[in-house]
Write a protein of this length. Sequence first.
Length: 178
Amino acid sequence: MGFDLDSLLQQYAGANPASAADPAQAENDFDRVAQSAPQADLAQGVSEALRSDQTPPFPQMVGQLFNQGDSGQRAGMLNQLLSGIGPGVLSSLAGGVLGSLFGGHGNATAAAPQVTPDQASTMSPEQVQQIAEKAEQHNPGIVDRMGEFYAQHPQLVKGLGGAALAIALGHMAQGMRR
């Protein structure tokens, strides 16, 4: 007793799914799709919502999701972001907090240190937004990596709101057509 994933997604396949969707319905539909769709398709849809000009800028959304995540999710988000920029930039980010978290390790040849949940809990959403901005500047592919991370945490993605979810669903529908 399932539902027709293709039919559901086709409702969002229009040119501007964000303006046509009821936010509450988009959240419900996203829940259903997240449980049924292949994770790669979900990641692609979330990535497209993160880079859409119909949603807030990528760094702002990352800060928002960081604020809503639990300590493990927060650490995971930071580790994804930091792996996208390299350790040479660490000491200048987030008011120098990252360099001090890792004992001043900022040499460009070392691997990015892993942030623990306890360390992540000391970071503010604004600091994470700054990190996301730098990560996007240094590595535009970070948007896709974050989309993959968020696809593993669909309940967290719901915090982006109905318009962003409708955009994600619309891109998933377009991807299924190809």
